[in-house]
Design a protein around this ligand. Sequence first.
Ligand SMILES: Nc1ncnc2c1ncn2[C@@H]1O[C@H](COP(=O)(O)OP(=O)(O)O)[C@@H](O)[C@H]1O
Ligand SMILES: [Mg+2]
Length: 225
Amino acid sequence: MGELALIADSVSKVYDGNVEILRDVDLEVAKGEMILLWGRNGSGKTTLLNLLGCMDTPTKGRILVDGQDTSRLSQKQLARLRLRQIGYVFQSHNLIEDLTVRENVYLPLRIAKSKNAEQRVKSLLKTFGIDALSRKRPNEISGGESQKAAICRALANNPSVMLADEPTASLDSESCGIVLDAFKMIRENFDTTIVVASHDPLLYDHIEKKYFLFDGRLKTEPKEV
Ligand SMILES: Nc1ncnc2c1ncn2[C@@H]1O[C@H](COP(=O)(O)OP(=O)(O)O)[C@@H](O)[C@H]1O
Ligand SMILES: [Mg+2]
């Protein structure tokens, strides 16, 4: 295995002193790899994504992003890491309704005070085939197109990791195809690592490398799911 973009090292998570949602989870994701986290509702998929994306901290264990032990970082360093190294795509696109597609994709670049932001936005929208929609607002485009715009926004700062939490759950099957195409596009054009959490059978059939969450454990075999 090449360089590792993400490592979960014996990670456990307990909310409010209750049951352990994740128990000693070990995961290694190589640079440029795409994996699926599969598990039913409540199995801890979002919890694990939030830990991998440094939006939450493990009760036990460590998360490493690009080889960096995130437990050693200050809040400020973590915020910087989330902005520059992690892209997040949610179940519903979460675009800002008052902003155009272009402005939505521009936002993380502005926050990061990125140079050549205009150029980056243009090239992303073109790569994903939504440049014609750049001046439209989210309510003027389809669900699949919105999710593509959300993927562009997640990739704006050229993160090393993109985390997608049930990215097709609010879409019809045709739009799901659009999202799958977008993932394929990412793999062909960028070296972004992609972690998808889902229980959508369509994604199951199209993402080769799978991990299964049940009883708080992460397994490589689907038994009992
Ligand atoms: N912030 C939280 N506080 C307390 N319990 C939580 C919190 N977030 C999730 N949970 C619980 O953790 C379990 C796993 O949730 P989640 O990670 O959202 O699963 P999934 O994304 O697979 O549906 C659920 O039982 C849920 O109720
Ligand atoms: Mg979830």
